[in-house]
Design a protein around this ligand. Structure first.
Ligand code: ATP
Ligand code: MG
Length: 251
């Protein structure tokens, strides 16, 4: 069992897309997958076509009891073998510290729940606040998402440092899983230059971690189906890219 937190400092770089892409890759392999939506925007919840959910991660974190997340599990409309812990707007209230065990609440509520899955993947909000700290406390791998643009690259370094701090303060198991570069257009000289900068700065963290820009990605998300099930050659290329990322995560 692996628990992966997907994070970035910058908004809109593709955290939810990455979460869904990797979850879809594992699901297509027949793995049991749990997606935890920790973003109050609830984008992953809707793209996963989650079943009606009277309890969300907001209720789970407010309650805080060991294993209570089991009560909030719902299935994804994608098919058998993939479950969701859903989000809602009110989850934004949990994005600041509350009490001494504030950062480890998610980890505690998942006790005895996460073990039933091959892959648990957590979609974080675009900040390093309390919800992301909870994800980093519950995960064993942290996957940082960026784009081949100047501002996105600046955020990568800060995100890596946040992973280091999380490991040193509350989660000794945590390791960086890599840096995923999303929306790559190899034909753009600017993208190639930014990719080269990342390869030079983080030689060990970029292996097999590039996802191309592809119009099929938002289409599949709107339709609530995994990119792996979207019938087009472009979607096939994206699915293969996420397959490579999953291989790296599971290695
Ligand atoms: N490789 C890609 N090709 C084309 N569109 C993409 C790609 N990656 C993401 N998108 C689109 O860009 C938008 C932002 O992506 P996404 O929601 O995954 O980012 P995010 O980091 O989760 O954003 P937020 O910080 O708001 O949570 C979405 O509409 C998504 O469909
Ligand atoms: Mg998102």
């Amino acid at each position: 069992m692996t628990t992966v937190a997907v994070l970035s400092l910058k908004g809109g770089v593709g955290k939810s897309t990455t979460t869904l892409g990797i979850a879809g890759a594992a699901w297509a392999r027949g793995d049991r997958v749990l997606v935890i939506d920790l973003d109050p925007q609830a984008n992953a919840t809707s793209a996963l076509d989650a079943a009606p959910h009277p309890f969300t991660m907001n209720d789970v974190l407010a309650d805080g009891r060991p294993g209570i997340a089991a009560e909030a599990l719902v299935s994804s409309g994608w098919g058998r073998g993939i479950d969701v812990l859903t989000s809602e707007e009110a989850l934004a209230h949990r994005n600041r510290p509350e009490g001494p065990d504030s950062a480890t609440r998610l980890r505690i509520t998942l006790q005895g729940v996460a073990e039933a899955y091959t892959l648990v993947i957590i979609d974080c909000p675009p900040s390093l606040d309390e919800l992301t700290r909870n994800a980093l406390a519950a995960a064993d791998r942290a996957l940082i998402v960026t784009e081949p643009g100047y501002f996105a690259l600046q955020g990568t370094d800060r995100a890596l440092r946040a992973v280091d701090v999380a490991r040193d303060t509350f989660n000794l198991r945590l390791r960086p899983a890599g840096i995923l570069v999303n929306r790559v257009r190899e034909t753009l000289g600017e993208h190639r230059r930014h990719l080269q900068t990342l390869r030079d700065d983080y030689p060990s963290l970029l292996v097999g971690m590039e996802v191309p820009e592809s119009p099929e990605i938002p289409e599949a998300q709107r339709a609530g189906v995994p990119i792996q099930a979207w019938p087009s050659p472009g979607a096939r290329i994206v699915a293969n890219a996420f397959d490579d990322v999953l291989d790296v995560l599971m290695s």
